[in-house]
Design a protein around this ligand. Sequence first.
Ligand SMILES: Cc1ncc(COP(=O)(O)O)c(C=O)c1O
Length: 382
Amino acid sequence: MHSLDAFAAQKLATLDAANLRRRLIPSARTSAAHIQRGDRTFVSFSCNDYLGLAQDPRVKAAAIEAIQRYGAGAGASRLVTGDHPLLGRLEARLAAFKGADAALVFGSGYLANIGVIPALVGVGDLVLLDELSHACMVSGARLSGARILTFSHNDMDQLAALLAAERGRSARALVLTERVFSMDGDRAPVPDLLSLAEAHDAWTLVDDAHGLGVVTPDAQAPLELGTLSKALGGMGGYLCASAPVIELLKSRARSFVYATGLPPASAAAALAALDILEAEPERSRRPLALARRFTAALGLPPAMSAIVPVQVGDATRALALSAALADRGLLVVAIRPPTVPAGTARLRVAFSAAHDEADVDALAQAMRHVGAVGAPQLEVAR
Ligand SMILES: Cc1ncc(COP(=O)(O)O)c(C=O)c1O
């Protein structure tokens, strides 16, 4: 066997032994709440389309019209010929929506993080990162070459101690966190974090990927980053910040400078989604209300966002429970290490405005039945 293939086969065997190999399962979303896999249709609790806008006829029509008029792709980096006017319109709209001076749109939220962070800090600087921050924030921090220190999840005392001890040794410091944590559904204490950071002349980036359109922000960070791919239902990422920061990133964020611009259709879809979000505030209240209905039904701590984690221990058990729910027509994908820390494999339940109350009640009942909460039942052992 070629050494390259031998390397891959050995790595795959290690993943298989730990039940950690990832597999693609073709999945077609047939409505905002339903997904088809093979010949089966499931109610999905594993999409981040929190407002059901990916399937909204107005969002789809806006994207289709933009494709008909402007084509399927941007054709080049935005700094070459890919800067379609819809992107500028979207940036103005995002900035106004978030109450910022300016915005910059990227190809995805991942690209935004790995572009923004290294453009602002580098060797000789300090990044302070909540330990549960998303992988793309970790990647951005590593790419920057700055010294990285993690603080325990939402632990403001530890952050204060780290800033007091370490800030003086670095030219610049950047604190990274998420407004709503992607795998835990809880929220960062952003106002406290901002005061701490400001007291030590550290900058703060809050990733609002899972907050936008679902939770009301309690404070505004100087760097508000997010995605167009979750509550807005489409594709793309953004940063909202002051005008000089946004201007600098146009020249220095490598994932912006050296990547093809977002297709005009994605900008059109996001603009249509923002229209709906502003016109229909009750839609934004629904995912959290449904999540709270679910946590109340199961006696779990009240949900703080559209995301409710049900921790079940190891990866094998998480997979078995997910399969048992699938047998009942409910799709709740098992989340395993390294996405979450070892021993905390979970069923991550994501609620959408597109679910109805009966869907939520059916899931709560099934969760009990299969033993994901409460006393385990026989079928988990299969
Ligand atoms: C917190 C957070 N930031 C960024 C991203 C990446 O966003 P995108 O999917 O637009 O690349 C995700 C995606 O899951 C996320 O959870």
